[in-house]
Design a protein around this ligand. Structure first.
Ligand SMILES: [Zn+2]
Ligand SMILES: [Zn+2]
Length: 112
């Protein structure tokens, strides 16, 4: 095994892992091998509202800041979005959830 999981990958609590059982990746709807991903990343906490289900590739992409997640989260995961805002503030949460994209670019973005 050459791939080492980072501490963040394994830091979800039992309750957070339980929350995502039977759910699907918020991006691709895959239902296998999901990760309880903290929207606020390392700034997150152990509250169940802190996590959404994601497959590992999307989890990894999100951690790298290369994923525009927001349109995948609306409207179902609003509670989790609001929770992330409570950690990060609105500006930072917006940037984190959109992969750093500007609002003007988002208006033209179609859901993929
Ligand atoms: Zn996925
Ligand atoms: Zn939290």
């Amino acid at each position: 095994m050459s791939v080492a999981a980072t501490a963040d990958h394994d830091s979800a609590t039992r309750a957070q892992r339980t929350k995502i059982i039977g759910d699907a990746c918020v991006v691709c709807q895959q239902t296998k091998a999901l990760s309880a991903t903290r929207l606020a990343g390392a700034d997150g906490c152990n509250d169940v509202d802190c996590v959404v289900p994601m497959c590992w590739p999307h989890h990894h992409l999100y951690e790298l800041g290369g994923l525009d997640l927001l349109h995948h989260l609306e409207p179902r995961w609003r509670r989790e979005i609001a929770h992330a805002v409570s950690h990060l503030g609105l500006f930072t949460a917006y940037r984190r959830l959109t992969g750093g994209r500007l609002p003007a670019a988002d208006l033209r973005r179609l859901p993929s």
